[in-house]
Design a protein around this ligand. Sequence first.
Ligand SMILES: Nc1ncnc2c1ncn2[C@@H]1O[C@H](COP(=O)(O)OP(=O)(O)OP(=O)(O)O)[C@@H](O)[C@H]1O
Length: 895
Amino acid sequence: MDDVLRFALLGLGLGALYALTAHGIVLVYRGSGVLNLAHGAIGMAGAYVQWELSAQHGVPYWPATVCGVIASALLGLLTHLLVIRPLRRASSLARLVGTLAVFIVITAVAVKRYGDSLELVPGKLPTKLLDIAGATVSEDRVWLLAIAVVITVGLHLLYRHTLFGLGTTAVAENEGIAASLGWSPDLIAGANWTLGSALAGLTGILIVPVIGLSVSGLTTLLLSALAAALVGRFSSFPVTLAGGLVIGVVQSELTRFGSGVTGLASSVPFLFIALVLVARGRALPLRGTFLDRLPALGTGRVRPVPLVLAVVVALVLVSVSTPLWADAITNTLVLSLIILSIVVVTGYAGQVSLAAYALAGTGAFIAGHAAADWGWPFELALLAGVLGTVPIGLLFALPAVRTRGVNLAIITLGLGTTLEAMVFQNTDLATTPGSDGIAVGKQTLFGISISGVDHPQRYATVVLLLFVAATLVVANVRRGRTGRRLVAVRANERAAAALGIDVRAVKLYAFGLSAAVAALAGVLIGFRSTSVVFADFASFDSITALGLAVIGGAGFLVGPLFGATFAAGTVGARFGDLILPGLSDWMPLIGGVALVLTLVGNQDGIGREVGKGAARLLPKRPAPAPELLSEEPEPETHRAAPLALRVQGLTVRYGGVVAVDGLSFDVEPGRVVGLIGPNGAGKTSAIDAVTGFTRAASGTVRLGERDLTRLPVHRRAGAGVSRSFQSLELFEDMTVLDNLYAACDRPGPWAYLTDLVRPGRRPLPAHVLVAVREFGLRDSLHRPVGDLSYGERRLLAIARAVAAAPSVLLLDEPAAGLSDDETRELAALVRRLAEDWGMGVLLVEHDVDMVMSVCDEVVVLDFGRRICAGTPQEVRRDPAVRAAYLGDLEPEALA
Ligand SMILES: Nc1ncnc2c1ncn2[C@@H]1O[C@H](COP(=O)(O)OP(=O)(O)OP(=O)(O)O)[C@@H](O)[C@H]1O
């Protein structure tokens, strides 16, 4: 029992440090919306400054401490001014990677200056042993707890009750409005960076007496601190403190009572938090969720002739290379494969995953055991490693189903670190007797030795060929239907689901494929020498790999090769050494600076520039055929399946607000039903509930004979209910044609596999051809959506919903912002959709003239309740409707 208390008290001290670290991260996040991956490094820098001044230059402790804190604060301010501020219009991925670049630069400078060793630093806090309720604990833990509580209360008061705190909250909630009230978002962000980083320095100085001073030491705290920040939702200081303390105590108790299971203590609290986050996440983002700018994407088109030439040249170079160069080529290619796995999951599918090395290690682990325990030959072990990692990749994808952005990045990093701590660092699992890893021996392929030790050139050849094969597979995916789905989900999950795309399946697929590519890299890393050593698979290296992916261009197939060149041990480093001997020692620093420059100068990476250059050099290929547009589709092929939508007693509640109250209506095939009412009457909520975006508290939704009430969004869309959005929600980084394809492609589950080898492009179905003609999109098919005029965008949004071949089409304010002429054309189009296509249309619209002219029936809502329904004439004359909505318009004006 004494032990329980003692370890709890010890844990409180540790937890206090987690909380203090987390507070600094929260400050920066609140002030500028950036997750600062350099937080630990900034704190470490402050601790080094303090140590150098006091231990080496004889400066007294407290002045040295003040200097350390100021150094960290300055580093934070510089990070804001030089990296984050220039990136304020960039994607949040670019800003995240910006902090990573700062992390790399600070770490590289620190390693150069202080080396890798661990310094033991005496602290100033008293370390007398205290007896608390029978348990003995060192006094410094109590002090740490007290300091954390005082700082938490201080921060809480500062952000609740001062002008600065209120300004920070205002900026965090809405930068535009805050700026119009006179708050400078820039100043606020700078102040928060400075304050948060000063706190990092102070925390660093407080921590080093407990854990020692080393370059990598503070990074390991990062994960627990991030977990505490997640608990406090990156905003509440008291909750963050509580989170940090609970994590500290649980870890401490597990260290004592966890029966020696490797990695249990560091993993369990994190896993718990990940579960909570996933549980409180949402399958689809809410309406109005801010859509981020995304890194640019390549087309995935591969030119066979230049590719074959490049491969032949590379093979010749490998065969004539010295062992050192062959090793450098292998290093470059395996790292490129790791980065390629990031291109799939982050570049294409938009999911920020920080688990590349954990998945690579899993591949090596499985293949290693297959070879060492069961004597499998290289090719079979490789296959086992790659395929066996896919289910683990799917496991990593589960959080992505319900969380996104920063939360997902932290969870995947945590899961990877858990895998590392519990499996890779577990000597029972990850070593074979007499070896420091899993002894797999020397490899042969078809009877020929390809041992990386004896024949580095041969090994590099195998790696090269597998790299090319993997790149071709990823290129196929990018060009195929699957790739379109990945990009659609990346661009806009809500719109993708509304078109029948199973967002969850797409994310699982991206993680699965990415895991397979990472595992391939892992096996090739592991089997290069005679034993698979897991020091090669440090989870935190995944962060660096993401940075390299961004340098190369996360959406481009050539990006990995360029990104990898900036890492130590690669071809780039060797060339650097040729130009300037010893340059490779500076590679991490050069990589970090290159990352900052790439981000600030061109957030889309080198791959984009290379793509543009290649397009200029290579002969132009004609644009893809205009998809059968010359052929006139057979008459009637575009008719919708005639199914009626029946909505009964639909109620939608948001907390205490009843947005829709027992609404019933039918939409028959071939008829247009208007749904009108004042602002806030519940019209969009009704569409959301019918299409599955909002859960209905009660009521039923049926299409034909089918009950849709419990189905998820994409299955309702698949059944025949399609919608447009008030805010359009087009896939901005696709062409018009690809927007339409994303809606009409209905690949079966096998397409996920066949696209890997044969992407194929189906012609547009007949009904989409008719839609292209009807909506006047014929000449715009190959234009990016961003180039369309406002009116064209509105038409495309409806055409895309029509391309999903619905029986019932729900249009949410389609005429908003259109001119009178455009509105008239749209009205005629809506009528044709009903009469010629046989669709049922539900039209939500504030343009009363339009509603009255096209609708067969109108339903009027007020405060969520149906106050009237009937023909336009009946509705127009209804006194309740005139009082609630049509107001004092004269009946003639409405005629
Ligand atoms: N996610 C939400 N959380 C809480 N309340 C919400 C949410 N979405 C909508 N509401 C509330 O529900 C009510 C109905 O809103 P809704 O947007 O459905 O109305 P609407 O008729 O479509 O309005 P408008 O014509 O302005 O688009 C409003 O009071 C709105 O404030």
